[in-house]
Ligand binder design. Structure first.
Ligand SMILES: CC(C)(COP(=O)(O)OP(=O)(O)OC[C@H]1O[C@@H](n2cnc3c(N)ncnc32)[C@H](O)[C@@H]1OP(=O)(O)O)[C@@H](O)C(=O)NCCC(=O)NCCS
Length: 245
């Protein structure tokens, strides 16, 4: 059944399905799966309130996102066997890979040990940080050159003489932060830079946002940075499937 009384309303970077009384029956949004230019496909989030499901509202929200955003490609993360997966298959999404979600809890992090990792010498490389709200489009190098300001994101990078080598980003949504990366650029791999920038990000994030208790991150099961994250204390909490449209 299609629910014609529902209005689909476009807001900055999200869409709402609004029921006749004004209540919100569903929402859709796009966010970067990994900020910046290295993987620029956005991630679709889509949620319909349980009492409004199977009335075509999710499909109408998806149609609005496709019609009103310029993104040629998007991905979404769903639990195996869930309504979300059935919805993706119905709409022609293609399964890309399995994803592992990991969580780090600050109370499990030994501060002195973390400090030693951050202070470890990496000859030729230097750590830098930036804080602020992530703009919708920006390059890591540009942000690192711009002044830090109050905001919900912390970016930590390693460079070699100004040449970006590795970075990791965390976006705060209290009490958690969502971490992207670390990403180590070709030409700089095999030097434990992923572990270094990640350790520095964990340390810096807590200094800037002391109320963050946990950091969540998601990535492919064969993500080359997984051993570094495990070493830092990230533990798997759930597995999902990534679909692409
Ligand atoms: C996934 C979700 C957004 C679907 O919203 P919805 O408004 O119920 O979706 P629609 O009514 O437009 O469904 C379109 C089609 O998807 C499929 N589908 C949706 N839910 C399904 C379910 N529970 N079981 C089987 N098929 C389902 C069907 O083919 C359906 O068409 P039909 O009802 O004519 O058979 C909703 O279940 C939800 O919010 N789930 C939790 C969040 C989530 O998983 N989001 C990921 C989405 S990409």
């Amino acid at each position: 059944m299609t629910e014609r009384l529902i209005d689909i309303v476009a807001l900055p970077s999200r869409w709402q399905a609004v029921a006749p009384g004004g209540s919100v029956a569903g929402v859709a949004g796009l966010r970067p799966i990994m900020p910046f230019e290295y993987e620029d496909t956005p991630e679709l989030s889509l949620y319909v309130e349980p009492q409004w499901r199977r009335r075509g509202i999710g499909s109408r929200l998806l149609t609005a996102v496709r019609a009103q955003s310029a993104e040629p490609r998007l991905v979404t993360d769903v639990v195996a066997g869930s309504p979300g997966e059935a919805f993706c298959l119905r709409h022609g999404f293609r399964r890309v890979r399995s994803q592992r979600h990991d969580l780090l809890t600050y109370c499990d992090v030994h501060r002195a040990w973390l400090g030693e990792l951050v202070d470890a010498e990496h000859p030729g490389y230097r750590l830098t940080h930036w804080t602020g709200d992530l703009p919708s489009t920006a390059r890591v190098e540009e942000l690192l050159r711009s002044p830090s300001r109050p905001g919900n994101a912390v970016l930590t990078a390693a460079d070699a003489g100004g040449d970006l080598a590795a970075y990791a980003v965390a976006v705060v949504d209290l009490p958690r932060a969502r971490q992207y990366g670390p990403a180590v650029l070709p030409g700089h791999r095999g030097r434990r830079l992923g572990l270094w920038v990640n350790a520095a990000l964990i340390q810096r994030l807590r200094e800037v946002h002391p109320r963050v208790d946990e950091i969540e991150t998601a990535g492919a099961e064969d993500d080359p940075c997984l051993p570094a994250r495990e070493h830092l204390g990230f533990r798997p909490v759930r597995r999902t499937r990534l679909y692409e449209l």
